[in-house]
Design a protein around this ligand. Structure first.
Ligand code: HEC
Ligand code: HEC
Length: 351
């Protein structure tokens, strides 16, 4: 056998011995294998059964100090913060015994981690990984035990003299531990979907009611949300860069805008509004995408006396059948003043 043939045989043999995935996954020569240290730094999740939990301890009293300094500004002194994110409240007297948070049986029941979670380990995991908001993963293991103990205490789940550690955490009984089911579409393919909705086309809710929000100083702390969320659908990221404080420590432009809204709106450019409100996902300037191009709309209504009022209503409420079968969805999030400005811009020729 020639040398090149034996080399070829070796290659063929190697290919046969490689696992199937390794043969099929194309290799692009990018990246490198992570080091064990990198994997350890990334692999910090704690499972409901405590797998992944680190040894440590902390008391309710120690946790209160950390909470008051690092958490209360957003979640409220007693976790009750209504305007920002409440993380306590809603647990009723009998819940600890039944393991079913009765608050959740009400459609408008208070949803906090006290009424929602079935395992305390999930709370530990979340705080360790994600909080405080502006500085995630800055808490030590012991600090996380302490502040978790305090948050559990605020929810009346553990007493004031409680010490939480990797063993006691596993024995904490959550008020909604029996409130979970797998009889739905997320857990079973045949299960009932969690959400069954149809696109609202008339008599829709006009105003979005904000149930909780971030304080202005914290909005841009994890980068601009507008660039992290898709620009379509009800969950759009707002332009949080506007909330970035100025270099001189003065509030950012959006905070100033709240003080003088009229002045800022007068300067708003309709084309910026179209992009910001995702109109351009369905409309081109000159061409049809799903809906007609804005120039086409402008020429269609040129000379029509009530064009502004008509377009304003159509933009806010949506509609169907003028340009084809595809519907234009209502735009409840669009401010009336912006819709009016866009309508005026179309009447003026959409230039
Ligand atoms: C700057 C504001 C801010 C600070 C300070 C802050 N949080 Fe939060 N926290 C949030 C926001 C916003 C969310 C919701 C995040 C989301 O849903 O993506 C949240 C969510 C939570 C949740 C989950 C609540 C739930 O019902 O899902 C817990 C628990 C929590 N924070 C604990 C803490 C603790 C403990 C600290 C202090 C160490 C802290 N937070 C500091 C803003 C803050
Ligand atoms: C999901 C796609 C979609 C989005 C997003 C969308 N539109 Fe439309 N739009 C349409 C469709 C489709 C039509 C045609 C409706 C018809 O035939 O009656 C339309 C029609 C219109 C018309 C003409 C109405 C008429 O009766 O001639 C205007 C004006 C308009 N859209 C403005 C906007 C503005 C402003 C936005 C952003 C705030 C927007 N659209 C977002 C799909 C969309």
């Amino acid at each position: 056998m020639s040398r090149s043939l034996s080399a070829l045989c070796a290659v063929v043999l190697l290919a046969v011995m490689l696992p199937v995935e390794a043969q099929q996954v194309p290799r692009y020569g990018l990246g490198r294998a992570p080091t064990p240290q990198e994997i350890a730094a990334w692999d910090i999740d704690v499972r409901p059964d405590g797998h992944g939990l680190k040894a440590g301890k902390g008391t309710v009293a120690q946790g209160q100090k950390i909470y008051d300094a690092q958490c209360a500004s957003c979640h409220g002194t007693f976790g009750e913060s209504n305007r920002y994110m409440p993380i306590a409240g809603g647990v009723r007297k009998d819940d600890l015994a039944t393991g079913r948070a009765s608050m959740l049986l009400q459609s408008d029941g208070l949803r906090t981690l006290g009424t929602k979670l079935n395992y305390a380990t999930t709370l530990w995991d979340y705080i360790f990984r994600a909080m405080p908001w502006a500085n995630p993963q800055s808490l030590s293991v012991d600090e996380t035990y302490a502040v978790t103990a305090y948050v559990l205490h605020l929810n009346e789940i553990v007493p004031a003299d409680y010490e939480l550690n990797e063993k006691t955490l596993l024995s904490v009984q959550m008020p909604n531990r029996n409130g979970f089911t797998t009889a739905h579409g997320l857990a079973r393919v045949q299960g009932k979907p969690d959400v069954q909705g149809t696109l609202c086309m008339k008599d829709c809710v006009k105003e979005v009611k904000v149930a909780s929000e971030l304080p202005e100083f914290a909005r841009n702390q994890n980068g601009n949300l507008a660039q992290q969320k898709r620009p379509l659908g009800p969950m759009r990221g707002i332009d949080t860069a506007r909330y970035e404080a100025g270099k001189d420590g003065k509030p950012g432009p959006a905070v100033a805008a709240a003080a003088a809204p009229a002045a800022v709106e007068a300067k708003a450019d309709p084309k910026v509004m179209l992009t910001r409100n995702a109109c351009m996902a369905c409309h081109g300037m000159t061409n049809k995408i799903v809906g007609p191009g804005f120039n086409e709309i402008a020429s269609k209504y040129q000379g029509r006396a009530d064009a502004h009022a008509y377009l304003l209503q159509k933009i806010k409420e949506g509609g169907q059948g003028v340009w084809g079968a595809a519907p234009m969805p209502p735009q409840p999030a669009l401010k009336d003043s912006d819709a009016s400005e866009i309508a005026r811009w179309i009447v003026g020729g959409a230039k």
